[in-house]
Design a protein around this ligand. Sequence first.
Ligand SMILES: *[C@@H]1O[C@H](CO)[C@@H](O)[C@H](O)[C@H]1NC(C)=O
Ligand SMILES: *[C@@H]1O[C@H](CO)[C@@H](O)[C@H](O)[C@H]1NC(C)=O
Ligand SMILES: *[C@@H]1O[C@H](CO)[C@@H](O)[C@H](O)[C@H]1NC(C)=O
Ligand SMILES: *[C@@H]1O[C@H](CO)[C@@H](O)[C@H](O)[C@H]1NC(C)=O
Ligand SMILES: *[C@@H]1O[C@H](CO)[C@@H](O)[C@H](O)[C@H]1NC(C)=O
Ligand SMILES: *[C@@H]1O[C@H](CO)[C@@H](O)[C@H](O)[C@H]1NC(C)=O
Ligand SMILES: *[C@@H]1O[C@H](CO)[C@@H](O)[C@H](O)[C@H]1NC(C)=O
Ligand SMILES: *[C@@H]1O[C@H](CO)[C@@H](O)[C@H](O)[C@H]1NC(C)=O
Length: 790
Amino acid sequence: MSNVFRFLFLSIITVLHFVQPICAHLQYPCKPPHHTYQFCNTSLPIKTRAKSLISILTLDEKIQQLSDNVTQIPRLGIPAYEWWSESLHGIATNGPGISFNGTIKSATAFPQVILTAAAFNRTLWNEIAKAIAVEARAMYNLGQAGLTFWAPNINIFRDPRWGRGQETPGEDPMVTSAYAIEYVRGFQGQNGRGVGGGNRHLFGERRFLKNDDDDEKSGSLMLSACCKHYTAYDLDKWGGFTRYDFNAKVSKQDMEDTYQPPFQSCIVQGKASCLMCSYNRVNGIPACADRDLLQKARKDWGFKGYITSDCDAVATIFENNNFTKTPEEAVAVALKAGTDINCGTYMLRHMKSAIDKGKVSVKDIDQALFNLFSVLLRLGLFDGNPSGNQFGNLGSENVCSSEHKKLALEATKQGIVLLKNNQKFLPWSKSEVSSVAIIGPMANITNIGGDYTGFSCKPESILQGLQNYVKDTFYAAGCRDVPCNSSDGIPEAVSIAKEAEYVIVMAGLDLSQETEDLDRYSLLLPGHQMALISSVASVTKKPVVLVLTGGGPIDVSFAERDLRIASIIWIGYPGETGGKALSEILFGDYNPGGRLPMTWYPESFTSVPMSDMNMRADPSRGYPGRTYRFYIGDRVYGFGHGLSYANFSYKILSAPERLSLSGYIRADSQGHILHGRGNGLDYIRVDDVAYCNSLRFYVQILVNNNGNLGGSQVILLFSQVPKYFKGAPERQIIGFDRVHAQSYRSAETSILVDPCQHLSIVNEQGSKILPLGDHTLIVEDMKHTLSIET
Ligand SMILES: *[C@@H]1O[C@H](CO)[C@@H](O)[C@H](O)[C@H]1NC(C)=O
Ligand SMILES: *[C@@H]1O[C@H](CO)[C@@H](O)[C@H](O)[C@H]1NC(C)=O
Ligand SMILES: *[C@@H]1O[C@H](CO)[C@@H](O)[C@H](O)[C@H]1NC(C)=O
Ligand SMILES: *[C@@H]1O[C@H](CO)[C@@H](O)[C@H](O)[C@H]1NC(C)=O
Ligand SMILES: *[C@@H]1O[C@H](CO)[C@@H](O)[C@H](O)[C@H]1NC(C)=O
Ligand SMILES: *[C@@H]1O[C@H](CO)[C@@H](O)[C@H](O)[C@H]1NC(C)=O
Ligand SMILES: *[C@@H]1O[C@H](CO)[C@@H](O)[C@H](O)[C@H]1NC(C)=O
Ligand SMILES: *[C@@H]1O[C@H](CO)[C@@H](O)[C@H](O)[C@H]1NC(C)=O
């Protein structure tokens, strides 16, 4: 990091709690006496208004727009605007657009995304995004937030060491796509487009629909969500690499079937109004300077919105990547590539000189301004006082409402994953448990929120939550903190553990181990945590329950093997409701149903360089591959692992056995059917399949609850292509749903499958092909063969 850059970075951190001084008459644009401009006229189309505003700005005023922190233009009645607000899993303090120093002092802290993802419940994801949006609009109305937010983070959790994997929905592109769609639709207020059950909206649809006129109207966007970080960004600081200069070398095949699908879905189906380009280079070119990459979103996916750089990711083009010879060339290449604003001041400082040197034309700037103003206009920012619009009534009573707090608790409960439960040790019966000891530094922390957290409504520790359930709850830290460098606290923990009837040890990770700019080197528990667990487990009257915190996978194979550790529960970063959620699960008031959205690798995986972006295994060089789709090594817990107190069984009720493509394949000009031959087996290029939509079918699945406890169950539908295709995934998820079944009752779901999207694979050239032959559909231990023929 250069000094200049370090300074920029620090200056960003120090303004976390910055509150914009707001002059009364300049709080909102287009208020009298500044309401007569053409850009204020709500009867005109967005395009006309945006162009009109651009036409009356001076060059200096235009340049001022190219930063997240836009200064006011008093002569036009336009107040300052801060583009950067954050809302990953609730309103966060990370963006200077947010202030908790006003009427609203806190906001609902939903669990960190990786835990919410583990619920595999689209309705839940959508409702959370809607709730955050309501709180965000309320804060905007009170001058405490902007309207443009930089979430969700939809990079693939490619490597278990990544410090920001916790912010993502996990390692699977299809699940991440589904999450992106729900988040963006819920957050931007595009309601009534359906949510929930089965695969109601398919991911990665190839042809986008023309944007409805609706999207072009002012006030049609409740808020703006941002798909980040585009693209192949999933390394923060590891080995000699930092995210600011890492060159992600990505094959066409991996790009097409792993890194890009979430972004495509976020834009095509989610209709996100913002895209953030990442710091890293992609095959040599810094993402924010890569015109092909950025314009692909507009040309191929119909993106209508603005592109922001990650913070100072224009500076890094020159400062860290030496991609250009001067700062002026860096701002020029970014702007021309399609980066509309730069988070930071780099464009502000170098744009004028870039124009003087002929590197940038005013037309380039106008194009960026058009994208920026169009989004602000769609948000209704130029429609006068927000109290006049449909969201104007939202205020402090809509933040931390009982409804939102209940939803946060629901999310935590739905996400928590029961990893191990020997001999049905859990749930505990309330009447039998007279005393509990809880051990571990994290138990007495009130904010297990993970990255991008704000101030929660009613902070409560796990210890407090448990005390509400069991009066006799004892606590010992065992370790001073999560790094646990000293074993001094173990004797005290051991003596408390001896006295209690039941014992819980809380171990795992916090932000001292994994966060922005901090990847891990080991997958083992930090410091003396393992010794603490084993010491405690060796003295207790009954086996212990191990509760794990953190977003990244941990190698706890010692605990999986240890019979003195009966149960293991992963709670991620649960936010403000962890204590209550965990207690309800321990005592059987809630039956856990979460599933891991990422593979838990053993420590031996750390011999794989984190910088190797290849997804596919390559045994010839000892490379084991990544994620459940390609990884061929041992695992501590697999993707999708998660137990329940109930005993479920499954049945595939209906699915086709044969699918004929005859009549659906495009012919070439000579009337020959276009299909290729790969390794002796036929396949059809997906582009050559006409009317894919009419080939869609449903897989109907029945779940029986054979136990005496009701519960919800996640159904993951996987497919496997005929084995012999080089580079084909071991299996891949093609649909999922979460259903509830009462005890001794059954539940059903139907999952819509589009063969072109779900049963296809990507070849080495980056094209989608549909293998012919026997595909296998898999739900838990049930298999169904589907033959695709011509
Ligand atoms: C909050 O605002 C008050 C009054 O304007 C100010 O004194 C205080 O420093 C602010 N606190 C923060 C954290 O910004
Ligand atoms: C707003 O634009 C409409 C449509 O062009 C026009 O009829 C109307 O007079 C304009 N209103 C104002 C206040 O200029
Ligand atoms: C935004 O810009 C204004 C004026 O240029 C400056 O006073 C303020 O400190 C900046 N705010 C941030 C958060 O950088
Ligand atoms: C960029 O150049 C500087 C100094 O010329 C050098 O120290 C640095 O290693 C270079 N960085 C890259 C990514 O090439
Ligand atoms: C929990 O932490 C709080 C605040 O750090 C401290 O005051 C309290 O004594 C701790 N509780 C126990 C039981 O150690
Ligand atoms: C704990 O140990 C690690 C590794 O030995 C070291 O990097 C860290 O600074 C230590 N932390 C404390 C608080 O002593
Ligand atoms: C689960 O239910 C099935 C079907 O009723 C039964 O065969 C099996 O033994 C049960 N398993 C457990 C662990 O209870
Ligand atoms: C999915 O989430 C919604 C919203 O929290 C909830 O009402 C529903 O019960 C959940 N579905 C299942 C099967 O758990």
